[in-house]
Design a protein around this ligand. Structure first.
Ligand code: ADP
Length: 399
C-alpha cells in the first residue's frame, strides 16, 4: 500500500509543479504582451505629439511667411491669432490676441463685414481704405469656419492693394496727360489749317505766319513723341548702359556747341568750367542727353541775356558732381519737390510756348539714377537755379 501511496503523492506533486510552471509561463507571456502594448501606445503617443508639433510648426511657418495679413476670430469676435503681416499692415503689436477686432484696428467697415459673414454664414469680401499712419487699400476676404471644435470661428485674409492702386492711378494720370499733350497741338494745327483753307492762304503774310505756327506745333509733337519713347524705354526696366571712360570736359563742350545757336537767340552766354582731366565712366550718349536737357532748360527758363555755367568737382575717389547753374528767376519753393515728376511744369504756358514736353527732368533723373547717381536742385526764387547730379568716376590705375 505504501509504495502505491508514495507513487500517487509523487504524481500529484509533479502535476502541481507542472501546473505551476504552466501558469508562470502564461503570466510571463501576458506580461510581455502588456509591455509590448504599452510600448506601442507610448510610441504612437510620441508620434502623435511629433505630428501635432510638426503641424503647428508648419502652420507657424506658413503664417509667418505669408505676405497676406491673417486674423482668426472666435465666436465672440475676439482675436485668437494674427500673423506678422497683419501686425505690419495695421501697425498693431502682437499682444492684440484676446481683444476684439474693433478694439485692435478700429475699422467699422471690417466690423460690418464680420457681421455680414456671421449672418450669411459663408465667404464675404470687401475693399477697405485703412486710414492709419500709413494709409492702405486692402482687399479682405472673410470666411466663417463651420464644423470645428470651436463654433463661430471667422478667418480674415487681407491683401495689400496699395501699391497696385498707386500704379493704376499713375498709369491713368499718365494716359490722361499724354492725351492732353497730344490733343493740344493737334487741335491748334487743325484750327490753323481750317483757317488757311477758309481763305487765309490767299493772304501771303498771314499764310506764312500760320504755316510757321503749324511747323512749331508739329515740332512740339515730334519732341513729345521722342521724349515719350525715351521715358518708356527708361521705365521699362534697367536699360543696358554702354559704360566707357569719358572725358567730362569734352562731353560738356559738345553740348555747349549743340546749344550755341539756341543760346545766341536769347543772348545767353554758356561757360564750360569743367576742370580738364576729370574722367567719368558713363554711357556718353545718355549723359549727353542729361546735359542737353539741363542746359536747354537753363537757356529757356533762365534770364534772356543771362549766364549759364557748367562746373564739376570730384566728391571722392568714386564720384563726380556736375552742376548746371543759371541766373534766371529760379524755381519757387512749392514746386521744388515736384520738379522731377513727369509732366510737372511751374508755368505750363511758358513751357509749351518754348516747345517743352514736361518730360525733360524726368528723363534726367532716370538716366542719372541708371548710372547709380543722384540729382538734386538748389534754387532760391529770383536767384537762379542750380541742378547738381553725380556720376561714377573712372578708377585711376595705381601708379
Ligand atoms: P519742360 O519740357 O517743360 O522744360 P522739364 O521736365 O525739363 O520740362 O522741366 C519741368 C519744369 O521745370 C519746366 O516746365 C519749368 O517750369 C521748370 N524748370 C526747369 N528748369 C528750370 C530752370 N533752370 N529755371 C526755372 N525753371 C525751370
Amino acid at each position: 500500500m505504501e509504495p502505491l501511496f508514495t507513487l500517487l503523492v509523487g504524481f500529484s506533486t509533479a502535476g502541481l509543479v507542472w501546473l505551476w510552471w504552466r501558469q508562470r509561463r502564461a503570466n510571463a507571456a501576458l506580461r510581455r504582451q502588456l509591455d509590448q502594448a504599452r510600448a506601442r501606445q507610448e510610441a504612437s503617443e510620441a508620434s502623435r505629439q511629433a505630428a501635432v508639433a510638426e503641424a503647428l510648426a508648419q502652420r507657424a511657418t506658413l503664417l509667418h511667411g505669408m505676405a497676406e495679413g491673417v486674423a482668426l476670430l472666435d465666436g465672440e469676435g475676439r482675436i485668437q491669432l494674427v500673423n506678422p503681416a497683419f501686425e505690419r499692415l495695421f501697425g498693431v503689436p502682437s499682444d492684440v490676441v484676446g481683444r476684439t477686432l474693433l478694439e485692435a484696428v478700429r475699422s467699422h467697415e471690417l466690423d460690418e463685414l464680420i457681421r455680414q459673414v456671421r449672418t450669411a454664414g459663408h465667404v464675404s469680401s470687401a475693399e477697405i481704405e485703412w486710414p492709419g499712419p500709413e494709409p492702405r487699400s486692402l482687399q479682405v476676404n472673410a470666411t466663417s469656419i463651420a464644423g470645428g471644435r470651436t463654433p463661430g470661428l471667422i478667418l480674415l485674409v487681407f491683401h495689400d492693394q496699395t501699391r497696385l492702386k498707386q500704379l493704376e492711378s499713375t498709369r491713368k494720370e499718365f494716359v490722361a496727360n499724354v492725351s492732353h499733350e497730344l490733343r493740344t497741338p493737334l487741335s491748334l494745327i487743325k484750327g490753323y489749317v481750317e483757317t488757311l483753307l477758309d481763305g487765309a492762304k490767299d493772304d501771303p503774310a498771314l499764310a506764312q505766319r500760320f504755316l510757321q505756327t503749324i511747323a512749331k506745333h508739329t515740332d512740339r509733337l515730334t519732341y513729345l513723341i521722342e521724349d515719350l519713347l525715351t521715358i518708356s524705354r527708361l521705365e521699362s526696366g534697367p536699360t543696358p548702359l554702354n559704360l566707357q571712360p569719358t572725358g567730362l570736359r569734352d562731353l560738356v563742350e559738345r553740348t555747349v556747341d549743340d546749344l550755341a545757336q539756341r543760346a545766341a537767340e536769347r543772348q545767353v552766354s554758356l561757360t564750360n568750367q569743367i576742370p580738364a582731366g576729370l574722367v567719368v565712366r558713363v554711357d556718353a550718349d545718355r549723359v549727353q542727353q542729361v546735359l542737353f536737357n539741363l542746359v536747354d532748360n537753363a537757356i529757356k527758363y533762365g534770364r534772356p541775356g543771362g549766364h549759364v555755367t557748367l562746373g564739376a568737382r570730384a566728391l571722392d575717389s568714386a564720384w563726380v558732381e556736375v552742376s548746371v547753374h543759371d541766373d534766371g528767376p529760379g524755381i519757387p519753393a512749392e514746386a521744388r519737390h515736384r520738379i522731377f515728376e513727369r509732366f510737372y511744369r511751374v508755368d505750363k504756358n511758358r513751357s509749351r510756348d518754348q516747345g517743352g514736353t514736361g518730360l525733360g527732368l524726368a528723363i534726367v533723373k532716370h538716366i542719372v539714377q541708371n548710372h547709380g547717381g543722384e540729382v538734386r536742385l538748389e534754387s532760391e526764387s529770383g536767384r537762379g537755379a542750380t541742378f547738381h547730379f553725380t556720376l561714377p568716376r573712372e578708377p585711376t590705375p595705381p601708379e
